[in-house]
Design a protein around this ligand. Structure first.
Ligand code: B12
Length: 280
């Protein structure tokens, strides 16, 4: 091999080492937990979103193995909540800015917009990369009764809102074969909030050892039975959301948005847009 060939091979080897080296740097770059949290905080408007962290191991310890999240038990994750003013303060501005593209699947697109913002900000400011598969959206199902993420359990483990379930009740009044769905209650907003996606922060270890869980805000078992009855039998009248005194709830329009389904919601959003968004 002559010397020009040798220097060419050396050049290629060096480039490869550099490229793979920097790639390894990107993959192994573990930014500080506090820095990540502060970037996420800045990306989400405070009057619209809250988020709570939890350890994957704590979630996996509760759920059936088929729901396990396949990450190291010490991996940190964030449970995102959308709180009562989210519609007016963030959804409507997003809708007006985006226009007709946002009319169908509007909530999914709106949620995705903010999740992408988090991904971009973390990359720009901390070179921390969250792949799309690291964001788990509540409506995504792997099969019947098999969501990718159980956001109610996640929200409870993270300390955001207590998840009331049939198995919490010692003196259970329902027939054995009846399915009773569980429900989370937020300490300030009762049932007036939406449990949003879970973000997996791979390679980020929780700085805390023990999670406190969520605060049980219902006074006794009778109140818990009342909540589960309201949520399962008459959820359309919204009384379950007011099981505690709340500091904020949804506006009539926001509630109407949630109570309109499928094609009807697309039309509702289009009409809302035409009425409320400034014309160009
Ligand atoms: C499928 C689904 C439905 C279905 C079935 C209902 C149901 N609850 O399963 C239908 C279409 C009927 C429905 C309707 C509604 N839904 Co819905 N639905 C879902 C969805 C997508 C999945 C629920 C599911 O299948 N879970 C699987 C089962 C197996 O989970 P599980 O029963 O919790 O069991 C796990 C826990 O018990 C855990 N576990 C075991 N031990 C322990 C111990 C502890 C301490 C803990 C914390 C956990 C735990 O392990 C089990 C699994 O192994 C969730 C979003 C999501 N991704 O989670 C929304 C969700 C439950 N729905 C919600 C709402 C609001 C509604 C409606 C009121 C809609 C509306 N327009 O307002 C109605 C209510 C109707 C009703 N009576 O339930 C909210 C509930 C919010 C809250 N505050 O809790 C959710 C979370 C959506 C959201 N993103 O906010 N829904």
């Amino acid at each position: 091999m002559d010397s020009s060939n040798r220097s060419f091979i050396f050049f290629v080897a060096f480039q490869c080492a550099f490229l793979f080296g920097s790639q390894a740097f990107i993959l192994k770059h573990h930014p500080n937990y506090t820095d990540i949290i502060s970037v996420v905080r800045k990306a989400l408007p405070r009057d619209s979103f809250e988020f709570y962290d939890f350890k994957i191991g704590s979630y996996n310890a509760l759920v059936d193995p088929k729901f396990h999240l396949n990450y190291h038990e010490n991996t940190t994750a964030l449970s995102i909540f959308m709180i009562p003013r989210v519609f007016e303060e963030s959804f409507v501005p997003y809708l007006c800015e985006t226009g007709p593209c946002a009319f169908n699947n509007s909530w999914t697109k709106f949620t995705k917009y903010y999740m992408t913002k988090i991904q971009m900000k973390l990359w720009e400011e901390l070179s921390y990369y969250i792949p799309d598969k690291g964001i788990l959206y509540p409506p995504h199902m792997l099969g019947p009764r098999h969501p990718t993420i159980l956001v109610e359990t996640a929200g409870h483990v993270a300390g955001g809102a207590y998840y009331y379930q049939r198995k919490d009740i010692t003196d259970d009044p329902w027939p054995k074969n009846k399915t009773i769905y569980g429900v989370n209650i937020h300490p300030l907003y009762g049932g007036w909030f939406y449990i949003g996606p879970v973000i997996i922060l791979e390679d980020v270890t929780c700085p805390f050892q023990e999670e406190m869980g969520s605060k049980d805000v219902l006074i006794d078992e009778a109140k818990k039975i009342e909540l589960l009855n309201l949520f399962n039998e008459e959820w359309q009248n919204q009384k379950w959301r007011d099981i505690i005194c709340v500091t904020k709830n949804y506006t009539e329009e926001y509630l109407e948005y949630w109570m309109t389904y499928g094609e009807g919601r697309t039309k509702w959003v289009a009409k809302y847009h035409d009425k409320h968004c400034p014309k160009e």
